[in-house]
Design a protein around this ligand. Structure first.
Ligand code: ATR
Length: 283
């Protein structure tokens, strides 16, 4: 009997909108690997069972997305330090019948900026600090990543200020929780701004007005539908450096593919164009 075809999954609830199959199937075909990557819709009450049975379903591993990242953290046998720090797992794989969990969101966030705006964390910007807009689940991996690069201050600004303060307390120095609608002169000097809220996702809204920020601010949005959000459009108009969120989505997929299929895939312009076509067609 021949070796079984390696097969990975992405599970979430809902999962229809996920672009991950497009990314992984593109890489499988690029590398001539006879494998597959499938969507598995899984309601919250079934996720524990599903993850504990992935070997029985002949999966080599997979991605876990909303709302299951915290449950996955609790279910895996072993986890990486990054997953440990975040309390959330987005990538799982089997090793000797043990289920491992990692969180590659922060890796994707950093790799996207390193690729598209290499000076985003230069000495000057590190000194001026970073502004994180939003204090939900998506902010966590980003705050952790910004800490790892050494920003002097990380302001976490949120509509509900208590959530920002709680997150700042949890992550510790150099985080500060602040209110979204009261940004001080210090905050306006930030060298880097990132939107982690859901604002801009087809609603035409921006989480903040960038006109008081410096012209060399690097501005990143993790929303990628549309690719140019109102925040990024304003950054561009003001001559700032906008970085879109599609790169984070593509880069966060790299470590998983390597674990499951044994090849480190590349994030290319062709892959980005493929995703953009899909987003455009499904608008
Ligand atoms: P996720 O876990 O995906 O980040 P979330 O926990 O619902 O999602 O967080 C969404 C973020 O977007 C929060 O920071 C939220 O602000 P609140 O904590 O005040 O709710 C922010 N957000 C969503 N809608 C918003 C709006 N209309 N105005 C300002 N912020 C908004």
């Amino acid at each position: 009997m021949g070796e079984r075809q390696p097969k990975a999954f992405v599970t979430g609830w809902p999962i229809d909108q996920s672009l991950s199959p497009l990314i992984h199937r593109y890489w499988l075909s690029e590398h001539g690997i006879d494998g597959d990557y499938v969507k598995h819709a899984c309601p919250p009450e079934k996720i524990k069972d599903f993850l504990s049975l992935i070997a029985d379903h002949h999966f080599v591993g997979g991605n876990v997305t909303l709302p299951h990242k915290e449950t996955a953290f609790g279910v895996v046998d072993h986890k990486t330090k990054t997953a440990e720090a975040l309390g959330a797992v987005n990538t799982v794989w089997l090793d000797d019948n043990n289920l491992w969990g990692d969180n590659t969101d922060g890796y994707g966030f950093l790799a996207n900026l390193d690729e598209n705006s290499p000076d985003w964390d230069d000495q000057d910007r590190l000194k001026r600090g970073a502004l994180v807009l939003g204090a939900g689940g998506a902010a966590r991996a980003i705050i952790h990543s910004l800490q790892s690069r050494g920003f002097s201050t990380i302001w976490i600004a949120n509509r509900t200020v208590e959530r920002a303060e709680k997150l700042a307390q949890e992550f510790g120095e150099p985080c500060r929780g602040i209110s979204m609608d009261n940004l001080t002169a210090d905050v306006h000097k930030a060298g880097f701004v990132v939107n982690t809220t859901s604002l801009g996702m087809g609603d035409g809204l921006s989480p903040t007005d960038l006109s008081s920020f410096q012209v060399d601010t690097v501005v990143n949005d993790i929303v990628y539908k549309p690719l140019v959000t109102p925040l990024l459009a304003q950054a561009k108009t003001l001559g700032m450096m906008p970085v879109d969120g599609l790169g984070m989505l593509m880069h966060q997929a790299v470590p998983g593919f390597q674990r499951w299929f044994g090849v480190r895939p590349e994030v290319t312009a062709t892959l980005k164009a493929l995703l953009l076509d899909h987003i455009e067609m499904n608008r």
